[in-house]
Structures are given as structure tokens and as C-alpha cells.
Design a protein. Sequence first.
Length: 126
Amino acid sequence: MNQTLSLWHQFVASPNAEILHEIFADEVQFHSPFIWKPKDGKAVTTLILMTVTQVFQNFRYVREITEGNNFCLEFEANIGDLTLRGVDLIRLNEAGKIIDFEVMIRPANALQNLGMEMSKRLNLQG
């Protein structure tokens, strides 16, 4: 398994911002499922992902698809009494750092609840 992906799974098992600082490129872009404009940089991406670890319950990956430096990780999690399903689309640069991280989630009501919970904790407009 790719070293960066192994470290990502280590982060999922035990969230630690130091792991994220190690695996993100400085210019990483984060594409949120509820904000239209990507967020740029390691600091904001780390903040978002550390916050989401506090919002999701019972997070687990159910499938992994890899092609070169591109990874699609399908997950399930709970938010309140709702179960959501989504994918993390991750792309690495030539140095093996995460350069692009996009999240897609369904169903709409779970995404809406996630957006409300994240908004309570962060100010991520536009």
C-alpha cells in the first residue's frame, strides 16, 4: 500500500494533526461537499479534517479503488441518527503528498446535517 495512504488510514484510526502535516502538500486543495469554492492550503485542510473527526460517528471505509496516484475511498458514517455514505477522492503529487482532496456525500439530508454541524464549529463561507 502507498505510504501516504497508509498514513491517512493511521490518521482515520487515531486523528492527529501531525500526520496530516506530513502527508499534505503545502498547496493542497480541499473540495468540500457543501462549499462551492475549494479551500487552499495545509492549515485550512487540516482544520476541516480535524473538525470532521469530531462530527462523524462510526466512520469506516467500505471500499478502496486506486489508480496510480489517485485514490477513491468509499466510506460510511453516522451524523446523529442519520447514516451517510460518501467518497474521498485523493490525488497525490509526484512527491507522494496529497495535492487534492475532494469529498462527496449522500443522501442530501445527511449532507445538510453535516453542513450545519460543521458550520457551528467553523466559519467556512463560499
